[in-house]
Design a binder for this molecule. Structure first.
Ligand code: D5M
Ligand code: FE
Ligand code: ZN
Length: 468
């Protein structure tokens, strides 16, 4: 099969960019001559080759991808793709895969030396050098400097970030298990590396998102918590009445679809539906009121019935068999293409972990944590805290490719961001403040939905809260 790189380079040679839709089409066709035919056919002032440049192919295909009606393609995280629980070798493979993929992203911006060579060869003690590694441990010393144990497949080194140097601001936000590059100098005895610069994999500065080339819009929500006595049924009704008027073709729900059972101590007392089947049945009834033309994408969260370890599998058939045909259960995380606009859905359990570790982070600003994810190119950078991760051979939580939209939920507050062209969305929740959240001083922003025009990637927050 033609590689993505080969296709992109052939177009770039004639100064053309390629829309991801066209890219995946060409990869499937695997016919290099097709590329030349397309190049010959586009108007001279074209910057991006998109689906409408392919009128013949349009007819040629029977699939929905190029049709005018809504099209959802699950790029990764389709139902049934999450692996089963792991053996010890998988655990090793998991971190190796994470390191390999993230270090490749950083390597495009710096020339790094394997840590073993850096430590063993004396010549690096006089000159600046760079290394790429995973943060095995990070701590603050008594003097307020940051110390990191950095590891790559060849060795390990202790890296010091001096609190008086400019690099310290980046170093303050270091978390265990993220992959970084450091530039600096080794101490004379070769035991300590003094870092002057820290690079994260990040989104390229020049990153340009690909909007849809035809009209369409999508609604983003999360954390419905059906079955909870704090589920805002009246607000949901208003939302359901608005949906047909919204003009949207897609409704994306990013986890915590129901409140579940046995999720926290004493939950029984806060449930109006105490049976898990009953909760999903009620959700099905609510979804049946959504116009059948709207594609509904459901990914799970930590309150849902599937295993907690991420990637979380899609809802099993036994819970969704009575659901309308326009409902598509997917995994968490999941990468979708909505008429060419790539949306990465992730419930966001790692946001709790990151809020606990990153200075200045707060439950009021999910959008800031989405930026932290994008900079690390990882949805759950730290292993072994509150976020359970299933260590499979491939790290499905790595953010690659860079999506047009990152959709999260979980912390029940609404926040939007635009980071290097990527739109970050957390719509909030459909549950009012619980007793537990009151104790924790978490102030939810319930009953909001975010409507996005897929041609402009412009978001609009819609409010459905009733005046109480
Ligand atoms: O999570 C909703 C919000 O409440 C989210 O920000 C986490 C917080 N939360 C919920 N349970 C706990 C516990 N046990 N410890 C700390 N923080 C918590 P949701 O997934 O809807 O319960
Ligand atoms: Fe939730
Ligand atoms: Zn949650």
């Amino acid at each position: 099969m033609l590689s993505e790189q080969e296709i992109v380079e052939r177009f770039l040679a004639t100064r053309l960019q390629v829309h991801p839709e066209v890219l995946s089409y060409l990869r499937e066709k695997n016919d290099p001559s097709l590329i030349d035919r397309i190049i010959a056919g586009v108007p001279p002032d074209t910057l991006v080759v998109s689906a409408h440049h392919l009128p013949d192919l349009h007819r040629e295909r029977d699939g929905a991808r190029f049709a005018a009606d809504p099209s959802v393609e699950v790029i990764s995280g389709a139902k049934g793709t999450a692996g089963s629980t792991n053996r010890f070798e998988d655990f090793f493979q998991y971190f190796r895969d994470r390191y390999t993929r993230l270090s490749e992203v950083i390597r495009t911006r710096t020339t790094a030396i394997p840590i073993e060579a850096l430590v063993k060869t004396t010549r690096y003690r006089q000159q600046e050098a760079s290394a790429i590694g995973m943060v095995m441990d990070v701590r603050t010393t008594g003097r307020g400097n940051r110390i990191v144990e950095l590891e790559d497949p060849t060795g390990q080194i202790t890296v010091l970030f001096n609190r008086d140097r400019p690099v310290f601001a980046d170093a303050e936000r270091l978390v265990p298990d993220e992959v970084i590059a450091v530039r600096g100098k080794l101490s004379d005895d070769g035991r300590l590396f003094f870092a002057e610069q820290l690079l994260r994999p990040d989104v390229p500065v020049s990153h340009a998102p690909f909007p849809s080339d035809r009209p369409g819009s999508a609604v983003f929500i999360s954390d419905i918590h059906v079955g909870s006595n704090t589920f805002l049924e009246e607000e949901w009704k208003r939302f359901a009445e608005w949906l047909p008027e919204s003009g949207a073709s897609y409704l994306l729900v990013c986890g915590d679809l129901v409140d579940g059972i046995g999720i926290y101590p004493g939950q029984q007392e806060e449930l109006t539906i105490r049976d898990i089947y009953g909760q999903y049945e009620r959700l099905g009834q609510l979804l049946a009121e959504v116009p059948p033309e709207i594609r509904i994408i459901l990914s799970p969260g930590n309150h849902d019935v599937v295993r907690a370890a991420e990637p979380q599998p899609a809802l099993p058939d036994e819970f969704t068999k009575a659901y309308p045909k326009n409902v598509l259960p997917v995994e968490n995380p999941c990468l979708l293409s909505l008429q060419g606009v790539r949306v990465l859905m992730y419930h966001g359990r790692s946001i709790d972990d990151m809020i606990g570790m990153i200075p200045g982070a707060s439950y009021a600003h999910p959008e800031q944590m989405m930026v932290e994810m994008l900079q690390r190119r990882h949805l759950a950078p730290t292993y072994g805290k509150k976020t359970p991760i299933s260590a499979e051979r491939q790290d499905r939580l790595v953010i690659s490719p860079v999506p047009e939209i990152l959709h999260t939920g979980h912390i029940h507050t609404c926040g939007l961001t635009r980071y290097r062209g990527v739109l970050g969305i957390n719509a909030g929740t459909w549950q009012s403040q619980t007793a537990f959240q009151r104790q924790m001083n978490i102030n939810p922003t319930p009953a909001r939905a975010v409507l996005v025009d897929l041609r402009t990637l412009e978001p609009r927050i819609m409010e459905f809260l009733q005046a109480s």
